[in-house]
Design a protein around this ligand. Structure first.
Ligand code: SF4
Length: 480
């Protein structure tokens, strides 16, 4: 069997996870969580899981497995998850191979059962593990989430209230997190002090209860009203009496991940008050002003470049046409052993509409370029279909550095832009011209200030201390 594409890494940045917390007054939480997870499926396709609190068993029960949400959960499996409160998770991980590594993780600690679902990465995970092992904790999953459960449990054992114990545990963490978690029958959500990963809050229809989720599309999926975003450094508990809010950490510098707006989040999501679709449109508009080109037609790379291309079309006055079609039924593929077969495999996924591109000067618009391999093949396909010129315009600055904060981009060597000029990249992908949006243009389009965003992967300067990397602020999350 040929190795799978994921073994060399996908040609797009990949979100690692999506999370959901629900408290429902009258109904079982699991079916709601199921629909929320389906709406968050773009954030992780490798595994899915749900944990809920069973009053009958007086404990947290869970079901999880490898695959898409709809593959992991059947009506029978959802039936095994009684209870009005619960959490859910979708997972992307190259390393994930056994269902036990799917989330939520459920840990039976001396202070009760703790279930955790995490979007983000703890940059001090190893340090924490070493310290907690020295205290005598044996690790079952070996995960960073297990450390969080021990930190909460130890503080509760030491006599702290549940909320104080959670605060004390979270204050030990560095990196990024949006957590959905349960401590026995209490259901929570928490966002790191810089708000790096998104997390929003909603009310179930007819006042049935409350929901927290990675993106507002999860709320829309179950008819919930989007109330607001969870604030950086805030813990919320979803209860019978409403949403209880605890601002655990002072509100200081924020650093939202810009790639959520540019690519990861679904276009119809609203994150921290900005809709992803309109943000992408503004980026395209700005890109057209920054890097104009004489052309006959704007063609988006489906589906990732569509909103950017619409903005580019409006900004340039050049008509947009769907000159590339995507086969939606080819999800994953294998690496073919020779170049010819690899080209066929891209053609299987994306194919030009010849009447639209033949004899034309085409502007091809996408959100980002990571390895450049797919872009190179698309440019070639357009030329083979008769395009006279192919000009590539990209809605993010060149990705040159790894992400340590929750996105699966780990090796500098995987980025075509690392150590190369734009002209060198243009030659590699075979385009007539290539331009990326500038950081200033991006900020103007996103309507955030540069010091309110994480731009680590495009500037090489991170919002928190990361060993061996440049840092915008000389502080760790623990300094909050
Ligand atoms: S490094 Fe890039 S992908 Fe990672 S959180 Fe920052 S902006 Fe997002």
């Amino acid at each position: 069997m040929f190795p799978e594409v994921d073994e060399i890494g996908p040609d797009k940045p990949v979100e690692k996870c999506g999370v959901v917390s629900i408290f429902s007054r009258y109904e079982h939480a699991a079916p709601y969580i199921y629909y929320c997870l389906r709406a968050l499926q773009h954030r992780g396709q490798e595994a899915a899981g749900i944990a809920s609190y069973s009053r009958e068993r007086e404990d947290i029960v869970f079901e999880k497995g490898l695959g898409l949400v709809g593959e992991v959960f059947s009506p029978d499996r959802l039936e095994k998850l009684p209870g009005n409160s619960g959490i859910g998770h979708v997972y992307y991980s190259i390393a994930l191979s056994v269902p036990e590594n799917a989330q939520p993780y459920v840990f039976h600690t001396a202070s009760g059962t703790i279930a955790l679902a995490h979007n983000g990465i703890l940059t001090n995970a190893e340090e924490l593990k070493v310290r907690l092992k020295k205290k005598g904790h044996g690790y079952y999953s070996g995960s960073e989430e297990e450390s969080v459960s021990y930190l909460i449990s130890d503080s509760m054992l030491a006599g702290k209230s549940m909320i104080s114990a959670i605060k004390s545990a979270l204050s030990e963490l560095d990196g990024s997190y949006a957590f959905s978690f349960m401590v026995n029958d209490h259901v929570f959500a928490a966002r790191d002090p810089m708000g790096i990963r998104p997390l929003c809050l909603g009310e179930l229809p007819d006042g049935l209860g409350y929901v927290a989720a990675s993106e507002s599309v999860a709320l829309d999926a179950i008819g919930a009203k989007h109330i607001r975003d969870v604030r950086p450094g805030e813990l919320v508990e979803l209860t019978e009496d409403g949403i209880k809010s605890y601002q655990l950490f002072e509100r200081g510098e924020i650093a939202h991940c810009f790639l959520e707006y540019v690519y990861f989040a679904r276009a119809d999501s609203v994150i921290d008050g900005r809709e992803a679709y309109r943000s992408r449109m503004r980026i395209g508009w700005r890109l057209a002003k920054e890097s104009p080109v004489s052309a006959d037609v704007i063609v988006p790379v489906p589906d990732s470049g569509r909103a950017h291309a619409t903005g580019f079309s409006r900004g340039s006055g050049i008509k947009l046409e769907e000159g590339l079609m995507k086969n939606r039924y080819v999800a994953r593929t294998f690496i073919m052993p020779d170049q010819h077969l690899r080209d066929i495999s891209v053609g299987e996924k994306i194919n030009p509409v010849k009447s639209i591109v033949r004899g034309k000067r085409v502007v091809l618009v996408d959100d980002s370029i990571i390895r450049g391999t797919t872009m190179k093949r698309i440019v070639k396909k357009l030329r083979d279909a008769g395009a006279k010129e192919v000009h590539v315009r990209i809605g993010s600055p060149p990705v040159i550095a790894p992400c340590y904060l929750g996105i699966d981009m780990t090796e500098r060597g995987q980025f075509v832009a690392h150590g190369r000029t734009v002209e060198e990249i243009r030659k590699i992908i075979g385009a007539d011209s290539l331009a990326y949006i500038s950081v200033e243009g991006l900020m103007e389009a996103l309507k955030w200030e540069e010091n309110q965003m994480c731009l680590g992967c495009v500037t090489g300067e991170y919002p928190i201390k990361i060993k061996g990397e440049k840092t915008r602020l000389q502080r760790t999350l623990q300094d909050y």
